[in-house]
Structure formats: structure tokens, C-alpha cells
Design a protein. Structure first.
Length: 407
């Protein structure tokens, strides 16, 4: 069986005043998945970006839709999950406005309870982010960012205060998150298709510091900083910007900047059959990720999904070279041929990844084949990595290599 994967055109301990469910009606506004005005992208992508180091990304499994809280008539979006993975805050959007929703589960093997809803005094409030103790909260209305707090999780939040942002221009903003010290603020800006970093200048003000990098031709979407400040997960689109998938960048210490060399796709979490995978929020140690999926680019179609972290997987790791192989011609134009040598008779899985870790081709090979032929005519010019993997003697043997495509 052969697959060519190409981009496609894509109760509780918390006490807040609950809004009666009967007052909520289905979403009727025509907003995009981020609750922003609908728009169209049009740009040409450069050749795939080339990473020079070992490409390692977190891998997730057990992905499931949170059907116990999702409602097909409402937008369920912008999640924030607690450090222990037991409490979840998110935006529930409807025709009558957006609501702060809260739900919890007694343990990680249980379902979430029916959400408690609360309206916020700021019109169109959404995209809620909370501090680790869940006593402070930041949110946006698309144009501004606000903060509010409370003295106990059993009490409502106080009147929101608007935060002043200076040093750059922006239009629609959402997807805010702060570091543990709360002196760095990260915001998605619609007009720039990037995540902006701000530095705190006072209790109610931040100034622009930098823009997070991205490979040429990529549009960056909403993201969130990890609980230890070392990783940021975010949505991004490539190959024309038609499908949004979840990527990551990392840094060694909380004072470092995120570098482009760490930009790569998260494994096992993205659904290549949907238009949108984004707005991720992570628990401690990136163990649980709650994110948003949508089959099309509309606000009312957003639903929440939950994924559990598996093992760390390497796309290219020289230490894995247990299957010897060679590829030719290199660069390839129409076809690439791979010869490999293995001591086992079980089927071989051939996976081809772009230079940023996106799976673009997969095939299952008989190990007795003289050579493997890969059709490269559908691949964009650039650098690629292939991985051969084989299950044998209750273990996995691997082989890797690099090749270029030039049309």
C-alpha cells in the first residue's frame, strides 16, 4: 500500500457565575477558526527550509475528540489545560457571544465533566490564558488584551484591566501566553501571521521585543508557551497555506530566544484530513496537549481534542543506521531509487520527510526487492530525509538517508 501525503486546501472546585445553557444559541457569525474576520491567503512558498541538525520532535498518541464537552452547534476553542492535566478552561462561542468555560476530571483516565460557563464583562472576550495557580487570567477581544485576577479558585474574577502594548503595530490578536515570571508575553498577530514577543514594562504594559522566526513561506498561527517556558507549540501552514498543522520550537533556558533551527512538526497529533490543527495547550512535561481541530476554516466548526505524549522520536539520527542504504540519483528529478540491505525478512516501512519534519510519502516494501523506487515528481524542490524501519525480533531496526529533489 502506498500513500502520497500532500497538503490539501484545509461539579467542580471552580466556582463562577454560570450562564444558563438555554440562553446560548448556535454560532451564526462568519469568523475563521481563530474568531477573526474571514480572509484569504495568497503567496508563493520558497523551497523547503533545511534543518542542519538532528530532527527530534515529541510524538503523541491516544488522540481523541472531547465529545463529552464539544457541541457541534458552538465553537469550542482556545483551550488552557492545568499543569496536572485535570482542569480545562476554554472559549465556548455562540451567536449570543463568547463564554469562559471550565471543566475538570478526577483523574487522567476519566472524562471531563459538564462545563460551567461564565460571561466576561468585556464584549467578545475569548482566548483565555491562566497563571499556574489559576488565580490570574489574561484574555483578548481581538483588538486588546486584558488581565484579571481572583483570590481563590472558588471566587469569580475581578473587573478586567486593559494591558497596554507598545513598540509595534498589529490588528487582530489572540492566543496570548506568558512565561512563569510573567515578564514575557506571546501573542498571535493576524496581520503579520506570526507570534510576537513582548517584554513587561509595568503591571499593565508590555513593549514589543521580537517576532518568533519561521521558515520562508510559512504562516504562523496561534500558539502557547509550555509550563516550563522551554517549548512553544503553535499552528503553522506551508505549501500555500491551505492546511494548518501543529509545530514546535524549543530553547535551552527561559532567557534564550527561540531559534529557527528547532522549528519542526509535532508527530502523531496532526490530522492530515482536516483543515485546522491548532491552538495547543500543554500540561507539565508536555504530557497532555489539548488542541483545536476543524474540518473547515470556520469558527463554528472548531472542536477540542486531547492527546497524550508518547516517546520522543527521531526523524534523522545517525545512531539508528542499522539498515544500510544508498539513494540515487541525488538530486532526483522524477524518481529516486533506494537500495537497502537488511538481515530480516519482515516488511520495511519507507517514510519520506520534508526538511521540517512533515511526512510527505510512505510506502511498505518487500525486503527482497532489488531496489525501491520513489516517485519524486509530486515533491517540491528541496531537501528530504528518508527513513527505513523494520520490526524484527521484538525490536525496531532503522536506516536513514538524505536526498535532494531538483526539477
Amino acid at each position: 500500500m502506498r500513500r502520497i501525503i500532500l497538503p490539501i486546501i484545509i461539579l467542580s472546585l471552580f466556582s463562577i457565575p454560570a450562564s444558563p445553557q438555554a440562553q446560548i444559541s448556535p454560532v451564526k457569525q462568519r469568523f475563521d477558526v481563530n474568531s477573526a474576520p474571514l480572509r484569504n491567503h495568497s503567496f508563493e512558498m520558497d523551497a523547503p527550509y533545511s534543518l542542519s541538525g538532528v530532527m527530534t520532535a515529541y510524538s503523541y498518541d491516544s488522540v481523541r475528540a472531547l465529545t463529552e464537552i464539544n457541541n457541534p452547534n458552538f465553537a469550542d476553542a482556545y483551550p488552557w489545560i492545568s499543569a496536572d492535566g485535570l482542569r480545562l478552561y476554554y472559549t465556548k462561542g455562540s451567536a449570543t457571544g463568547n463564554y469562559l468555560a471550565f471543566t475538570s476530571r478526577p483523574d487522567t483516565n476519566s472524562f471531563f465533566t459538564k462545563p460551567v460557563l461564565s460571561s466576561i464583562s468585556v464584549p467578545n472576550a475569548f482566548s483565555f490564558w491562566l497563571t499556574s495557580d489559576e488565580l490570574g487570567m489574561y484574555f483578548t477581544d481581538g483588538s486588546n488584551i486584558y488581565c484579571t485576577n481572583r483570590t481563590s479558585t472558588s471566587l469569580p474574577f475581578t473587573t478586567p484591566v486593559r494591558i497596554s502594548l507598545s513598540g509595534t503595530t498589529y490588528s487582530f490578536i489572540s492566543g496570548e501566553s506568558l512565561n512563569t515570571a510573567q515578564n514575557q508575553l506571546y501573542l498571535f498577530s493576524l496581520d503579520k501571521d506570526r507570534i510576537l514577543q513582548f517584554s513587561r514594562t509595568s503591571d499593565t504594559s508590555f513593549t514589543y521585543a521580537r517576532t518568533l522566526p519561521a521558515p520562508s513561506g510559512y504562516l504562523i498561527d496561534v500558539g502557547q508557551l509550555s509550563k516550563d517556558d522551554l517549548t512553544i507549540f503553535f499552528g503553522a501552514s506551508s505549501y500555500g497555506g491551505n492546511q494548518i498543522l501543529i509545530y514546535q520550537m524549543t530553547r535551552a533556558t527561559p532567557t534564550d530566544s527561540f531559534e529557527l533551527s528547532t522549528f519542526q512538526q509535532i508527530k502523531g497529533i496532526n490530522n492530515l484530513k482536516t483543515y485546522f490543527n491548532g491552538q495547543p495547550s500543554m500540561s507539565n512535561h508536555l504530557q497532555w496537549v489539548v488542541f483545536v481541530g476543524a474540518v473547515a476554516g470556520l469558527w463554528e466548526l472548531t472542536d477540542l481534542l486531547l492527546a497524550h505524549r508518547g516517546s520522543v522520536s527521531s526523524v534523522f539520527n545517525p545512531a539508528d543506521n542499522q539498515i544500510s542504504s544508498s539513494a540515487y540519483p541525488n538530486p532526483a528529478s522524477e524518481y529516486l531509487f533506494i537500495r537497502c540491505k537488511t538481515a530480516f525478512s519482515t516488511p520495511i516501512t519507507l517514510s519520506v520527510f520534508s526538511s521540517v519534519g512533515a511526512l510527505v510519502y510512505e510506502d511498505f516494501i518487500n525486503p527482497s526487492a532489488d531496489k525501491i523506487r520513489v516517485d519524486t515528481r509530486a515533491l517540491k524542490a528541496g531537501l528530504y530525509i528518508y527513513r527505513l524501519s523494520q520490526e524484527a525480533d521484538n525490536t525496531t531496526v532503522c536506516g536513514t538517508g538524505r536526498f535532494a529533489v531538483l526539477h
